[in-house]
Design a protein around this ligand. Structure first.
Ligand code: NOJ
Length: 552
């Protein structure tokens, strides 16, 4: 593999960091974070070692779904700044070696978008066909509402239009009709616009819903994947190394189709939702087998495809692919109180409170996240161990202001606390105990540990590029896997139980005689005898090891 190609396929060994400018840093004291505030903190992110920022929606929006309800795809919402601020942000990020991807929300608009306002007013308007209308909603037995707390059908009656319109999400988010060539043209223009402004790709929102054409009239039926191919080839023409990172929460065997034919012509990166859900089951049981099964099932990727590995994101921690009993086990372990659960399928908590703040176990989980096959995606605040605020409604509980200091408003804003758009987290995981400033000074802090982990991960491309294989650890509580790439091999061992383990790990096909610890502080080599590695792991212990070729 030439270094030129590894640079082009940068997402194979990238570390992503997702944030919403609104909750990161408020530069003008109005109580909401903004693009200028974020730009001022780019050095913090570069110092942490992440390589690509994923910006959650910043477009003009009535903000009824935290910006995922867009009224203008070409702008920046006033509360966050201006288009000029956006360009300055991208320029600054590039200067510090960071890439930037942004959310592309093409499944729906806000009902306040001028397209929808015009469409509902007149059946003759050219915008009518931008959305999906029916005189009588078709029966779609499989179609489930995404937010069952707010909606009971994917169809809503519109008084003005005197027709029903389709919306998989909230009623105020009408679905776009992607079978319409005009809508496709609009979306290409939008993607092209932001590429010209320097973004490196897009996190594509709600992909499977976008392709659900059940409600679209017969004449307009299309091969759903053909749209993704169109979009991808348009983007590739504009910018060869732009990435698409797709939100596709489907069972593993259905996921892989979204990489496209030969895994080459649709989305390059997909979130590993099924793997993430099995990881929580394994954590709850202190048993590595569910996770091992998920790793075994994870389809191999092509040279350009990649899994996005995450443990938390901005939404509920969805456990929808687990059986009811399994989900109950995870609820019992990590969110027993009903107030911690959402939609009957997920948890609205961050990881540290779920693990009762156990630092060793927390690090075990991030060590897994950074070594499982793929590229890791962090959600802001994970690097310092922020918690959630359950007093905030629904999914917003995990989207509290970034905790910079132990001072006023966690150093997020100079506004009067009552003016903050969202309150700061309080208690054990609040800013008095968890903040950047304190952790920067403490060599043993999670922040400094995470920074070292990120550096090591970037230096270990085998995890991103390599062919993976499970190892026989002889212990159900311990996940072992290896990644091979370009004649190099790394091993990773993770003890999901709280008790120490003595292991004899079988390392296949190696003429090597020793392995070197990549994370520990002493860097001592361990002997590999006849393909067997003997070692101890403490409770929730983890190791990354590089196999050193035999010199004999
Ligand atoms: C998925 C996003 O992650 C979520 O936050 C949003 O509410 C829906 N898509 C609708 O856009």
């Amino acid at each position: 593999m030439s270094t030129a190609r590894t640079a082009d396929l940068w997402w194979k060994n990238a570390v992503f960091y997702c944030l919403d400018a609104e909750t990161f840093r408020d530069s003008d004291g109005d109580g909401a974070g903004d693009l200028v505030g974020l730009t001022e903190r780019i050095d913090y992110l570069a110092g942490l070692g992440i390589t690509c920022l994923w910006l959650m929606p910043f477009y003009p929006s009535p903000n009824r779904d935290d910006g995922y309800d867009i009224t203008d795809y070409y702008g920046v919402d006033d509360r966050l700044g201006t288009l000029g601020d956006f360009v300055a942000l991208v320029r600054t990020a590039k200067d510090r070696g960071l890439r930037v991807i942004i959310d592309l929300v093409i499944n729906h608009t806000s009902d306040q978008h001028p397209w929808f306002r015009t469409a509902r007013r007149s059946a003759n308007s050219r915008f009518r066909d931008y959305y999906v209308w029916q005189d009588e909603p078709q029966d779609e037995p499989d179609a489930e509402v995404v937010f069952p707390d707010a909606e009971d059908s994917i169809w809503s009656w519109d008084e003005q239009a005197q027709q029903w319109y389709l919306h998989h999400f909230y009623g105020h988010q009408p679905d776009l009709n992607i079978a319409s060539p005009a809508v496709r043209e609009e979306m290409a223009k939008i993607a092209g616009f932001w590429l010209e402004l320097g973004v490196d790709g897009f996190r594509v929102d709600a992909v499977p819903y976008l392709l659900e054409t059940g409600g679209i009239d017969g004449e307009l039926q299309l091969d759903p994947h053909s749209y993704l191919k169109d979009l991808r080839s348009f983007i590739a023409r504009r910018r060869g190394d732009a990435v698409l990172l797709g939100e596709v929460n489907l069972p593993t065997d259905e996921l892989v189709a979204y990489f496209g034919d030969e895994q080459a012509d649709e989305i390059q990166m997909l979130f590993a939702f099924p793997l993430m859900q099995q990881l929580y089951l394994s954590l709850a049981r202190q048993d590595a087998r569910p996770l091992a099964a998920a790793v075994r099932e994870l389809p191999e990727v092509s040279e350009q495809s990649q899994w996005a590995i995450f443990v938390r994101n901005h939404d509920e921690l969805t456990l929808d692919k687990l059986s009811d009993d399994e989900r109950e086990e995870v609820f019992a372990a990590f969110g027993p109180d009903e107030s911690m659960q959402l939609f009957g399928r997920g948890l609205r908590r961050r990881l540290p409170p779920m693990l009762d703040g156990d630092q060793q176990r927390l690090r075990l989980v991030y060590s897994l996240m950074f070594s499982l096959p793929g590229s890791p995606v962090l959600f802001y605040g994970e690097e310092i161990g922020m918690g959630e605020n359950l007093d905030i409604e629904g999914r917003l509980s995990v989207r509290t202001p970034m905790q910079w200091t132990d001072g006023k408003n966690a150093g997020f804003s100079d506004a009067r606390p009552s003016r903050l758009r969202r309150p700061v987290t309080e208690g054990q995981f609040g800013p008095l105990a968890v903040n950047v400033s304190d952790q920067e000074r403490d060599p043993d802090s999670l922040l400094n540990w995470m920074q070292r982990l990120i550096r090591r991960r970037r230096e270990t491309p085998e995890f991103g590029w390599g062919a993976w294989q499970l190892l026989d650890t002889g212990d159900d509580a311990v996940l072992g896997h290896q990644c091979d790439w370009e004649g190099r091999r790394v091993l990773a061992l993770h003890n999901l139980s709280s008790s120490p383990r003595e292991l004899r790990v079988a390392v296949p096909d190696t003429g090597a005689s020793e392995v070197v610890d990549l994370l520990g502080s002493d860097g001592k080599a361990l002997e590999l005898e006849n393909g067997r590695l003997e070692l101890k792991l403490e409770g929730y212990g983890y190791r990354w090891l590089r196999v050193r070729p035999s010199t004999a």
